[in-house]
Design a protein around this ligand. Structure first.
Ligand SMILES: C[S@@+](CC[C@H](N)C(=O)[O-])C[C@H]1O[C@@H](n2cnc3c(N)ncnc32)[C@H](O)[C@@H]1O
Length: 331
């Protein structure tokens, strides 16, 4: 079970669905309530990895009990988690403190475990979903992520076009990239996406047309002591000097905040999607993904392109800008 953050409309579930596909090809994620997703992933290590990678996920754990009645969750608890030597805590995003307390008491009497709110061996997460109550367990405790120290203003090199780490993380995750793959951001700017992909241990490379921006991006990567392949100064609207890329995610330049070097955004978008396909690795084992964030009013034209539009998410920024995140898939 994954508990999604309530920040954006469609992105949190799309991110979990992408990560489930990334690490467990045969599993599918489902949205069982507004903020609750379940899947058949049963390997705790994969659940931990997905939870840690996801920008818009508050909790991830294995479902250990389901019931139509809240307190019956304790009785239906799987026997593996009934270990008197262990400690536990109960948390929830959908239940009140009192309900968590009552469930905690029921779990205590069923398992003889002690409560430890700070460092529980088992963190039980109880949620009310449309079809009843769900109880999941995480053995890796509360989720910890430090977005603050990677926010645009905290980096060595800042531009107003820089995006926040959580959004950058989601763009990378939608590309279904995994450790050992080669990830490219072809309009990398200050390096927001590269920072997140490198933090996740993915081989990462960037391109930017403007020399001083490419240098700034490099400075940011070095500032976080991240292991990455580098940033190339090149034009991503023509054939790229790169092959064997496994996944692409990017935020294309538009108007005021970022340099378009005189080209209209629509032209940049079309030229880029026309030529990016050739830079992908030719292994046909898995589909390839190219994630493009662009203003929603700029239409994406894919006639005779080897990529197809799989899904699109809209993000309202202000009166004059709604962003579209287009998930393009090949194969
Ligand atoms: C929207 S910004 C990217 C911002 C980036 N996501 C960040 O968080 O810093 C777009 C970047 O594309 C670069 N750019 C513009 N035209 C380009 C082209 N033809 N090829 C490669 N990069 C280009 C700009 O210099 C700018 O840094």
């Amino acid at each position: 079970m994954f508990v999604l953050s309530g920040e954006e409309l469609t992105l949190p579930f799309a991110e979990i669905r992408a990560l489930v596909e990334t690490y467990s090809k045969d599993s599918k994620a489902e949205l069982v309530d507004k903020r609750i997703s379940t899947s058949s992933v049963s390997d705790p290590e994969i659940v931990r990895k997905i939870t840690e990678r996801a920008g818009y996920c508050r909790f991830g754990g294995l479902i250990v009990s389901r019931s139509e009645n809240l307190l019956s969750l304790a009785n239906a608890l799987e026997i593996d988690f009934v270990d008197p030597g262990k400690t536990f805590a109960v948390d929830s995003f959908t239940l009140s403190k009192e309900e968590c307390g009552e469930l905690g008491a029921a779990i205590k009497s069923r398992t003889n475990q002690k409560v430890s709110l700070e460092k529980p061996d088992y963190l039980f997460q109880a949620e009310a979903a449309k079809e009843g109550f769900l109880l999941a367990v995480s053995t890796h405790g509360y989720k910890t992520q430090s977005w603050r120290n990677r926010r645009p203003r905290a980096r060595k090199f800042f531009l107003p076009s820089a995006i926040y780490p959580k959004l950058a993380r989601v763009l990378v995750n939608l590309s279904r990239v995994r450790e050992g793959d080669l990830f490219l951001d072809p309009f990398c700017g200050t390096g927001s996406l590269l920072i997140e992909s490198a933090v996740m241990g993915i081989d990462s490379i960037g391109i930017d047309l403007t020399r001083w921006i490419a240098r700034g991006g490099l400075l940011n990567m070095k500032g976080f002591s991240l292991d990455f392949l580098g940033i190339i100064r090149a034009d991503s609207t023509s054939q790229l000097p790169l092959r064997n890329i496994d996944a692409v995610a990017t935020d294309i330049p538009y108007g005021r905040a970022s340099s378009t070097k005189g080209k209209a955004t629509a032209q940049i978008l079309h030229e880029f999607v026309d030529c990016i396909s050739e830079s992908f690795s030719s292994s046909s084992e898995n589909p390839k993904y190219c994630i493009v964030m662009h203003p929603s009013h700029v239409e994406l034209k894919l006639e005779s392109n080897s990529f197809q539009l799989q899904e699109q998410h809209l993000l309202y920024v202000h009166r004059n800008l709604t962003r579209a995140i287009s998930v393009l898939r090949k194969g």
